[in-house]
Design a protein around this ligand. Structure first.
Ligand code: NAP
Length: 683
């Protein structure tokens, strides 16, 4: 631990340089030892200029890169940070967090960055303009169509974070913003800003990010929010009261600045009526509740605050949780014998205790004490240690405080329900939470309770014996899943995979002719210009253009073809084989060809068989069989290059082809996208 070492004067990285606020800075204490760990302050720094620097320098540099280029940049940053993690773990101890707590923050944060980097390259095209949803036809003759597109907001994403996840909190926000193409200014909470500052230093030292893409304000953000404009985005994580105040600040209201708020919440965990003592679910529930109370000394926005149990099992739950909590070893976070470290500061500890006293007006303390903590190491006069506290509320349906006061520490309240409806009603009294969980092995219980919980929560976890080993747990937000909840939880939504990237982009409906839309999006749109010279399968990515097309010769489908296909594949479904049965079917006039036979014939018609730049077919999207094909019908295929997606770090890219199969009456028989890998150059 950094005990006894000289306190570090923290700096802010703004306008392309590390800058120190005026004066010596305010002391920030080590949470566990009380020593001065860092000095912080931003007096005299020009935040308007920082915003302008981000907009003028960082924005254009990011916009010039494609989505995959931005994602690869983050991958490189993430891998470098992983190599440096031990340095971050050392600094983490000063926050009061154990190594295990720090794992969630440090490796969890870097993992989130890497997940975003890899999902973006898998799920988004390698372009600068994103499209969303299908092209909407707006006229009968196809001359006027529309498409939703997404482009990065042209301002800066200002990310204001809470103290409890100095690394994860920053990385989970900058990852989607940078992939979207928005430069960031991060503003960590002062109490643990030293760790965020250290990570930002290491990120900037890699030289991977372009100038202006990432800035950090270490200490008060002064008048920063007075200068945000309509192209900036502000995200806030912290207490509901600060969030409300910032959300209603003048510049944010005046310019309708997009503001995402992740606030506190009174998350609930419910024990199903089937999960009494002796069941595996009962044990899992108790274990999860104890973990949530003690991990990070309960300073997690997702921690379980309300433990909702069937009346019949209430006493058993109280006894089991109390027993485990009383055995929790509390002390210095770098002591291997310690399970729970310190709260972030003595002031926060006082605040938590004051909140517990409020809760105690409606609930009794059944485990732990506010006045006494037994430590395996450390000094409770200097470090912000406290014992985990369990309360029990006898009349929760009529209570207020237990559903509204968040004691942001190792504190939870047990309350009981009579039936599933009451369990849901109790959870809903939190007025919107980030997460809730239900422990049950009974699908009927899950169906009843989860549908009641979902509208009030951003995430619901169902725990039982079958997922016990694989479950990521109640308290872990995950990069692919939505993080955020309605109402009290702030009404925000973060992460959620590529949804999170789109929060930093403007969605615009563009209307015009197919040619104009193609020119804007870089994707071929039905009705746009086409080119038919050499077979498009002879073209490498260097030569291929959207709109390159082949229209094939016609091929007749015969009864023998259908019988041969049926016998060969084993698909002898009656509609292909039995005339009377097919006629009795409401959709068919007689025996019809297999849909997959049509798709196979189509491939036989459009492929160019010789070795060439097309390397592989890796699937089809949106396959629909639209008109039945009868014996004697003739099929023709029109294959058009729709989208070209070169891979940044490979010799090939993906090409999406619009494939339309028509019959002799020009009716569309089948429509789908063919997906291929194509070499960048050939030979
Ligand atoms: P906080 O006191 O509300 O502070 C949050 C952030 O706001 C800090 O960076 C703080 O900076 C900044 N801030 C405060 N006043 C400001 C102002 N006038 N202008 C600009 N920024 C300002 O919350 P906290 O104590 O750090 O965090 C604990 C709370 O966060 C808990 O209630 C917890 O539930 C919630 N939380 C929610 C989530 C979530 O994802 N929903 C995650 C973690 C925590 P300074 O520190 O410099 O004042």
């Amino acid at each position: 631990m950094a005990t006894g070492t000289a306190a570090r004067r923290l700096e802010s990285y703004v306008e392309g340089a590390w800058r120190r606020g005026e004066g010596d800075g305010k002391p920030v204490l080590n949470a566990a030892t009380g020593d001065v760990h860092a000095l912080i302050g931003t007096e005299g720094l020009d935040f308007r200029a920082a915003l302008e620097w981000g907009r003028a320098v960082g924005g254009p540099a990011l916009h010039a890169r494609t989505i995959h280029e931005r994602a690869l940049m983050l991958k490189e940053v993430g891998l470098k940070l992983m190599d440096l993690k031990e340095e971050f773990y050392l600094e983490n101890f000063a926050t009061g967090a154990t190594r295990k707590d720090g794992w969630v923050d440090i490796e969890g944060g870097i993992g989130t960055l890497l997940t975003f980097a890899s999902k973006a390259r898998r799920e988004l095209p390698n372009t600068r303009v994103l499209t969303e949803g299908p092209v909407e036809p707006l006229s009968r003759d196809g001359s006027f169509v529309a498409q939703h597109i997404l482009l990065p907001m042209q301002g800066v994403a200002v990310h204001i974070n809470a103290f409890n996840f100095p690394v994860w909190g920053m990385l989970e926000k900058i990852a989607p913003s940078l992939i979207a193409g928005m430069p960031c200014i991060v503003k960590p909470a002062s109490q643990t800003a030293y760790l965020t500052e250290l990570v930002v230093r290491r990120i900037l030292e890699t030289g991977i990010l372009p100038d202006g893409a990432l800035q950090i304000v270490t200490g008060s953000s002064g008048d920063l929010l007075d200068h945000v404009n309509e192209q900036d985005v502000v995200t806030f994580t912290g207490s509901a009261s600060t969030g409300r105040m910032l959300k209603s600040s003048a510049a944010i209201l005046e310019h309708s600045v997009r503001f995402t708020m992740e606030a506190d919440s009174l998350n609930a965990s419910i024990l199903g009526r089937d999960a009494g003592p002796g069941t595996e679910e009962f044990d899992l529930f108790v274990k999860e509740a104890v973990r949530e109370v003690t991990a990070k000394a309960g300073q997690k926005c997702t921690a379980i605050r309300r433990i909702i149990v069937p009346k019949a099992h209430e006493q058993a739950v109280v006894e089991a949780i109390s027993d485990r909590l009383s055995k929790t070893s509390v002390g210095l976070p770098d002591d291997d014998a310690v399970r729970m470290g310190a709260l972030v500061s003595l002031k926060d500890r006082e605040d938590v205790k004051a909140k517990v006293r409020e809760l105690a007006k409606e609930a009794e303390i059944v485990s732990g004490s506010l006045d006494d903590v037994s430590l395996v190491s450390g000094d409770a006069g200097k470090g912000a240690f406290m014992a985990p506290v369990l309360l029990r509320c006898a009349n929760a349906m009529d209570a207020e405080t237990v559903h509204s006061v968040e004691a942001f520490g190792p504190v939870a309240t047990v309350m009981s329900y009579e039936d599933a409806g009451e369990a849901v009603a109790l959870a809903r009294k939190g007025r919107g939470s980030l997460v809730s969980s239900l422990f049950t092995n009974d699908g009927a219980v899950a169906g009843e309770i989860v549908t009641g919980l979902a509208p009030f929560h951003g995430r619901v976890l169902i725990g039982n014996r079958k997922s016990a080993k694989s479950s990521t747990g109640h308290g872990s937000p995950l990069a692919p899943l939505v993080h955020g909840g309605p109402g009290r939880a702030g009404g925000g939504e973060e992460m959620g995979g590529m949804r999170g990237v789109k929060h930093f982009m403007q969605r615009t409906a563009v209307q015009g002719t197919p040619d104009m839309l193609s020119a804007v999006t870089g994707q071929w749109v039905e009705g746009a210009q086409v080119r038919s010279d050499v077979h498009p399968f002879r073209k490498s990515l260097a030569d291929l253009k959207i709109g390159d097309q082949i229209v094939t010769d016609a091929r007749e489908v015969t009864e023998e073809d259908v019988e041969h296909f049926a016998e060969f594949t084993g698909d002898t479904f009656y509609a292909h084989m039995d005339s009377a049965a097919a006629k009795a079917n409401p959709f068919f006039d007689d025996r019809v060809a297999h849909g997959y036979l049509i798709a196979s014939f189509a491939a036989g018609l459009f492929v160019d068989p010789e070795p060439g730049p097309v390397l592989a077919n890796y699937g089809v999207d949106n396959l629909r069989f639209l008109t039945p094909v009868y014996f004697g019908d003739t099929l023709k295929v029109r294959l058009t290059c729709k989208q070209i997606n070169p891979r940044e770090n490979a010799d090939h890219g993906e090409v999406r082809w619009d494939c339309q199969v028509t019959n002799q009456k020009d009716e569309v028989v089948a429509q789908y996208d063919v997906l291929t890998m194509v070499a960048k150059t050939w030979p």
